[in-house]
Design a protein around this ligand. Structure first.
Ligand SMILES: Cc1ncc(COP(=O)(O)O)c(C=O)c1O
Length: 412
């Protein structure tokens, strides 16, 4: 149980300090209880607590949308506010389907996801997602969804520092799917630039560029789910910047408000936005939105978060610290059970040899042991995923590595 938090650390109910090796759930990018964000929320709740986003508005939502467009890739010109990553994903999928229809491509109803993808827990997200455990209990999900293969190729890419060399040809699987269904039936492809939740799967060099070329060629929208990769995690403002590939729609949440208040933002190109703005004035352009879309307190938290990122250079700090982080993580190569180490920006993964017949047990035992030693890590399957707040100092990186080594020495 955590009862308090400050900067890089939590305090547990029994009074111990635990370093946050995971930025909460990949969201507390500026560290915990940052005064600027706290004060902005306190001020806003006393001034304008709520305003409807249907027909009405309030200035902070527009100010935040403008600030977001300023830091996003040039082509991302408009923002739709939601309250979570899952809502952002479903919003993006709905915008993609509706866009194809309003431009006269109504037969494009298929959505293409990827194996080992995580796109949240709503019906759209689990349909295009690729985690069997999150899908199997919930019936047939959305119709007309297909999946590309994942890009995790340990036999060829294990222990790569940064972006792996092998596997760009996996993007051609999209051509195979197009050949099967015909491009005229496909609305959009959705991928995480780096798949986070299933263990930090970094795309092979040129893979995303190829996906962009293929989608463009066939009139298919490309959606980047940047819920984890957005807001500085890779050492650039967005994953799109890191890989120099601009999607048509970009899905974000988490770091948008530093995890403090639920909020998501879906970015679209001007072309997509404008396609809906044909009037007449009294009709709804896109029948979609949430009671809390653009909530004033969330908008205030978002603005204060972006200001904190700007003041402290956090959206690019991962690039400065990246080389140190990389060498520190890869020093664990000789630790017990380690079969792969991956890193990009301020994200890392240490993959462990599973205990025969008892998958996930070894990583879970490392998780418990690290926690006892004062470090919160995250495990997925037998992979340890690390994504500390972007304010981390080098000495704290050393501490993380020391504790993970000690935990692996003790793990079953
Ligand atoms: C890539 C990605 N998309 C969507 C989500 C879902 O976000 P939320 O839990 O805010 O609904 C997550 C959460 O981890 C994520 O990593």
């Amino acid at each position: 149980m955590f009862v308090a938090a400050k900067d890089m650390h939590y305090t547990t109910s029994d009074g111990r300090e635990v370093m946050d090796g995971t930025a909460g759930l990949w969201c507390v990018n500026a560290g915990h209880t940052r005064p600027r964000i706290t004060e902005a929320i306190q001020k806003q709740v006393a001034e304008l607590d709520y305003a409807p986003a249907f027909q009405m508005g309030h200035p902070l939502a527009f100010e935040l949308a403008n600030r977001l467009v300023d830091i996003a890739p040039d082509a991302m010109q408009h923002v739709f506010f939601t309250n979570s990553g899952s809502e952002s994903v479903d919003t993006a999928l709905k915008i993609a389907l509706a866009y194809q229809r309003v431009i006269g491509q109504g037969a494009r109803t298929r959505l293409i996801g990827r194996e080992r993808a995580y796109h949240g827990v709503n019906f759209g997200g689990i349909s295009v997602g690729g985690i069997v455990g999150n899908r199997k209990l919930y019936g047939t999900l959305l119709a007309g969804v297909d999946h590309m293969p994942h890009t995790h190729l340990p036999a060829r890419n294990a222990f790569t520092r940064g972006v792996p060399e092998h596997g760009a040809e996996l993007a051609d699987e999209l051509e195979r799917i197009v050949a099967l269904h015909d491009a005229s039936t496909i609305a959009a492809v959705i991928v995480e630039p780096v798949a986070g939740s299933t263990g930090v799967l970094i795309p092979p060099r040129n893979y995303l560029k190829k996906l962009r070329e293929i989608t463009k060629k066939h009139g298919i929208l490309l959606i980047f789910d940047e819920v984890i990769t957005g807001y500085g995690r890779l050492g650039t403002p967005f994953g799109a910047d890191y890989f120099d590939v601009v999607p048509d729609i970009m899905v974000t949440a988490k770091g948008l408000t530093n995890g403090v208040i639920p909020m998501g933002a879906v970015f679209t190109s001007a072309e997509i936005h404008d396609a809906f703005m044909t009037g007449p004035e009294h009709l709804i352009e896109l029948p979609h939105g949430y009671t809390y879309s653009g909530n004033p307190i969330a908008a205030a938290a978002g603005l204060a978060t972006l200001e904190t990122y700007r003041e402290e250079g956090l959206l690019t700090r991962g690039a400065e610290l990246g080389p140190y982080w990389q060498e520190a993580l890869h020093s664990l190569r000789d630790a017990p059970h380690v079969i792969d180490i991956r890193n990009i920006g301020l994200v890392g993964a240490i993959e462990l040899e599973p205990i025969a017949g008892e998958p996930t047990k070894r990583a879970f035992s490392a998780f418990l042991s690290a926690f006892e030693k004062g470090l919160l890590i995250r495990t997925t399957g037998d992979i340890i995923a690390l994504s500390p707040p972007l304010i981390i100092e080098k000495a704290q990186i050393d501490q993380i590595v020391d504790i993970v080594r000690a935990a692996l020495n003790e793990a079953d």
